[in-house]
Ligand binder design. Structure first.
Ligand code: FE
Length: 344
């Protein structure tokens, strides 16, 4: 028979353990759902004992859900793609700033939101570039090796893009606005509209396919859509890749526009410690490889090398150096310009 004292000690021990066990959970609102992410999350749970509850939706769905849940939201970490959306989430007060020595040391300052004294609201964990694709039969590479040339009259009737208001384009146009100034950027947007082969429609992959088929000659795409086609076992996808050329624009000027997938701690995170642990884990060498590879992107941490064959085939390139937070900030200005020049 155990003594009363021993029982009391066991009870005293058991209580905090039970409480601790309840805390070993992380609620992740994620706009990413890739196969390699399973391994990413499983490794975190294995290393920390923290179970991840995932709410999967697209970016718009996650933002809408967080807004409707308000202060009672169970979200701990919010994961979104594109700086325009991260910036919007920050502006809507969905994140709480986080001071983390690990993240400050690992994630380049240009790939996280502006630290206004309490840390960053979000951190980029992988990068993607927005590149120009062209039909090799109809276009000379020299005629499309800068973003500026998308608006050049020599390319009249050749350009196709997805909607100008899509976050990927808002971000690119926000970057161009930063590089060229507002007046020149608006003139540039007008020039692209004048050069269009057809009204904007579809996604990035649709633009690549339209360029390959000759429906248009020049398009814009994020690199991971190209990588997917390059790694595809479908012969139709391979045929598309054969017909197109890829340009990393502005290599001799300000560099190719780069965007991020990123995450931050939710405003009312019930599990703050776990959220910080998870965000820091995403910056670890091992997690960086899984995270970037899940969507054929480059790791955000400079010392981590991707071993993705499609990315290796694209080679090294010069990227722009302006902070991605500035790009997001320009998006309402850009939307007004798009309305004025009739870019749907
Ligand atoms: Fe995408």
């Amino acid at each position: 028979m155990p003594s009363l004292r021993a029982l009391a000690a066991a009870t005293a021990l058991a209580l905090p353990l039970a409480a601790a066990a309840q805390e070993q959970v992380l609620n992740l609102y994620s706009a990413r759902h890739y196969q390699t992410d399973e391994a990413l999350y499983a490794n975190f749970t294995k290393a920390t004992g923290i179970k991840i509850n995932r709410i999967d939706a697209d970016d718009a769905g996650i933002l809408a859900r967080l807004k409707s849940e308000g202060a009672s939201s169970p979200a701990d970490v919010i994961l979104l793609v594109d700086a325009a959306r991260l910036w919007r989430g920050e502006a809507d007060g969905l994140f709480q700033p986080l001071k983390s020595a690990v993240l400050e040391q690992r994630i380049p300052v240009t790939l996280r939101s502006e630290d206004k004294g309490q840390g960053s609201a979000w951190f980029g964990f992988s990068t993607r570039a927005r590149v120009i694709v062209y039909n090799k039969l109809g276009v000379k590479r020299d005629d499309v090796d800068t973003y500026e040339e998308l608006a050049d009259p020599k390319n009249k009737g050749k350009v196709c893009t997805r909607s100008g208001s899509h976050p990927y384009n808002l971000s690119l146009f926000g970057a161009v606005t930063q590089h060229l100034g507002e007046a020149a950027a608006e003139k540039w947007l007008k020039g692209i509209v004048d050069n269009m082969a057809r009204a904007p429609k579809g996604g990035d992959t649709d633009q690549i396919k339209a360029v390959a088929s000759g429906e248009c000659q020049i398009g814009l795409t994020n690199t991971y859509y190209l990588a997917r086609l390059m790694r595809s076992s479908n012969p139709d996808d391979r045929a598309v890749v054969e017909k197109i050329g890829v340009v990393f624009p502005n290599q001799s000027t300000w560099g190719t526009h780069v965007n991020i997938a990123g995450a931050g701690m939710a405003k009312n995170a019930p599990h703050r410690a776990a959220a910080q642990q998870f965000l820091e884990y995403l910056a670890s060498d091992q997690a960086q490889i899984y995270f970037a590879d899940g969507n054929n992107e480059w790791p955000a941490v400079a010392s981590v090398r991707s071993n993705n064959p499609a990315l290796a085939a694209m080679g090294d390139f010069r990227t722009e150096t302006i902070p991605v937070s500035v790009i997001g900030m320009n998006q309402s200005k850009v939307q007004q310009m798009l309305d004025r020049v009739g870019y749907k």
